[in-house]
Write a protein that binds this ligand. Structure first.
Ligand SMILES: *[C@@H]1O[C@H](CO)[C@@H](O)[C@H](O)[C@H]1NC(C)=O
Length: 375
C-alpha cells in the first residue's frame, strides 16, 4: 500500500515537473527533454569548457575587414575568478612587427580543434605586404555551434564591456542551419554590441562605452537587410565598461524582446505579414520572399547558437568616419589600406587598451555567466 502510494506520488510529481515546452534544442550539450521554464544551457565560467565553447580560428575579419585574427590562445581567451575574459593583443607580440608587412600566415591546422573555421575573405591564409598588412590584432571569438542551439527561450548574459579605442565587443546569435538561405535570409540576433572608445561622439552624442545596442538582421540578400527597423540603443553615462549588466532576450513564437537589467530596450511583434512586411520588403513584388512557407516569426523560428567575441575596427561603418574621438579615427572606411592606417596610429590607441595593467582586464569582454531557459 505504502509503495503503491509512493509510486502514484512519484508519477504525479514527475508530471508536474515537466510541462512540455515550445522551445526546441540541439547540440552535444542540449537536454534530451525540454521542460517548460527549465534551465537548458548555462555556464558560470568556473572552468573554461571547450566542449561548450568552440574557438574560431580565422583571419576572415567577420566579413567587415575587421583587424583581428581570431585564435585559440589563452592570451586572448581565458577563465579566471569565475569569469570568461576575451582580450585583444598585438599580433607583433607573437610574430614581430616585420611579419605584418612581409609574412605569410596560414592558420589551418591538422588537429580537429585547430582547423581554420572560416575560409571566406582570405580567412585561412594571408600574406602581408607594406600596403596590405596582415591582421595587426589577435583576439578570440567563441561559439556554441556544436554544443547548443535553441529555438525560442529566454537568454541572459551577465557581462562587462571592454574599454579601449576601436574595440567592438559582441554577444550574439547566428542560425544553426540557415534554413532560409545564407546571411541575412536566415537572420542574426545581436544581443549586445558596443564600442570601446571612452570619449567618442557622433554629432555630439556619445557612441562609445556609454552606448549598448541590440539588433536583428534579416532580409532576402545582403543589400536588403531590415536591421534599421529592429535596432535599439541605450545610453548609460556610467559606461557599460564599468559595471556588469544583464543583457536579456525573450524570444517566443510571437515576439523578440531585448532588455538590459530587466528594463525593456525594444521588441518586435510581427503581424500576420511576418518579417517580410515588418522589413518593408513586400513593396517590391519582384523579390521572392524566402520566408513565405515559414511562420510569421521567420527567419526567427529556427534554431540559433551563441557567439561571444571582441572584434577591432573594420570598414563596414560600425565606426563611422565622422566620429570625434580624443585621437582621430585613423582609417577611412573606404580605405584599401585600413589595417595599415590603423596599425600606424598604434601610439594613439594602444595606451587606451591598458594591456599591461591587471592582465588587460580593461580591454577584455568579461562574462560572468550565460543562462538559457526554455519557455
Ligand atoms: C599565444 O599568444 C601569445 C601572445 O601573442 C604568443 O606569445 C604565443 O606564442 C601564442 N601561443 C601559441 C601556441 O601560438
Amino acid at each position: 500500500m505504502w509503495s503503491v502510494l509512493a509510486g502514484v506520488l512519484a508519477v504525479a510529481s514527475l508530471g508536474a515537473a515537466c510541462t512540455p515546452s515550445v522551445t526546441t534544442v540541439s547540440g552535444t550539450h542540449a537536454p534530451a527533454t525540454v521542460c517548460s521554464g527549465a534551465l537548458i544551457f548555462s555556464d558560470d565560467f568556473n572552468t573554461f569548457d571547450l566542449e561548450k565553447w568552440q574557438h574560431e580560428n580565422t583571419l576572415a575579419g567577420g566579413g567587415n575587414w575587421e583587424f583581428q585574427y581570431y585564435n585559440n590562445n589563452r592570451t586572448n581567451s581565458f577563465v579566471h575568478s569565475g569569469r570568461l575574459f576575451i582580450r585583444p593583443s598585438l599580433m607583433s607580440d607573437q610574430f614581430g612587427e616585420p611579419f605584418l608587412s612581409s609574412g605569410t600566415l596560414n592558420v589551418e591546422g591538422g588537429a580537429p580543434a585547430d582547423r581554420c573555421t572560416n575560409p571566406q575573405w582570405w580567412g585561412c591564409e594571408r600574406t602581408g605586404t607594406p600596403s596590405n598588412l596582415l591582421n595587426p590584432i589577435k583576439s578570440a571569438r567563441v561559439r556554441t555551434v556544436n554544443s547548443f542551439s535553441f529555438r525560442y527561450g529566454r537568454l541572459e548574459v551577465r557581462a562587462k564591456m571592454p574599454a579601449g579605442d576601436w574595440l567592438w565587443p559582441a554577444i550574439w546569435l547566428m542560425p544553426a542551419y540557415n534554413t532560409y538561405g545564407t546571411w541575412p535570409a536566415s537572420g542574426e540576433i545581436d544581443l549586445v554590441e558596443s564600442r570601446g572608445n571612452r570619449g567618442m561622439t557622433l554629432n555630439g552624442v556619445h557612441i562609445g562605452t556609454q552606448e549598448a545596442g541590440s539588433t536583428l538582421h534579416y532580409g532576402p540578400y545582403p543589400a536588403l537587410n531590415g536591421w534599421e527597423r529592429a535596432h535599439w540603443i541605450r545610453r548609460n553615462t556610467a559606461g557599460y565598461n564599468n559595471n556588469f549588466h544583464r543583457y536579456q532576450l525573450e524570444w517566443t513564437p510571437d515576439f523578440l524582446r531585448f532588455s538590459i537589467d530587466d528594463l525593456e530596450l525594444g521588441r518586435v511583434t510581427p503581424g500576420a505579414g511576418g518579417f517580410w512586411q515588418f522589413g518593408g520588403f513586400n513593396s517590391n513584388p519582384n523579390i521572392e520572399n524566402p520566408w513565405r512557407y515559414g511562420s510569421k516569426m521567420a527567419p526567427f523560428d529556427e534554431k540559433f547558437y551563441l557567439i561571444m567575441n571582441v572584434a577591432v575596427g573594420g570598414t563596414n561603418g560600425f565606426f563611422p568616419d565622422g566620429v570625434s574621438n580624443p585621437s582621430p579615427k585613423p582609417w577611412w572606411n573606404g580605405s584599401p589600406t585600413a589595417p595599415r592606417d590603423f596599425w600606424n596610429a598604434r601610439w594613439q590607441w594602444e595606451p587606451t587598451w591598458n594591456l599591461n595593467n591587471h592582465d588587460g582586464q580593461d580591454a577584455s569582454l568579461q562574462v560572468d555567466y550565460v543562462r538559457i531557459w526554455a519557455l
